[in-house]
Design a protein around this ligand. Structure first.
Ligand code: FES
Length: 129
């Protein structure tokens, strides 16, 4: 696998300092299966993770307020609609109506004080044709 720095498809998301530990997420637009959708990135246990903003229970956006995904203890990503709880580090459902589901992972990388995400076959930049 090539070094991440060599990958040409990196999409700049934000500066590292914009993602505080267990703070608000950075929300960004993507195309999921060519349809407009949103994704988010947040910092948890020091690591930046990113997911499609789409609950595994019902395909709806989950944030309470724009960019606010974590519960009051800042331990889980909590869907504001019916309370599904996801493990922030993996996106795996741990409680609530999401069953064995999990959030769709967006490949993300932090380097040189900046955060980048990487498109996949299913998830593309919003400005793609
Ligand atoms: S839509 Fe998220 S828990 Fe139902």
């Amino acid at each position: 696998m090539p070094e991440a720095a060599e990958r040409g498809d990196a999409q700049h998301l934000c500066a590292s300092e914009q993602l505080a530990e267990r703070g608000d997420a950075m929300v960004f637009d993507v195309l999921q299966y060519r349809q407009p959708a949103r994704a988010f990135a947040l910092r948890f246990d020091g690591r930046v993770v990113a997911y499609l903003n789409r609950c595994a229970h019902v395909p709806a956006e989950m944030d309470w307020q724009p960019g606010q995904f974590l519960d009051s203890e800042r331990a889980f990503i909590l869907c504001s609609i019916h309370g599904a709880a996801y493990e922030p580090s993996s996106g795996r459902c741990v409680a609530g109506p999401c069953g064995r589901g999990r959030l769709v992972v967006i490949d993300v990388e932090e380097r040189d004080g900046q955060v980048y995400w990487y498109p996949s076959r299913d998830t593309q930049p919003a400005f793609a044709d």
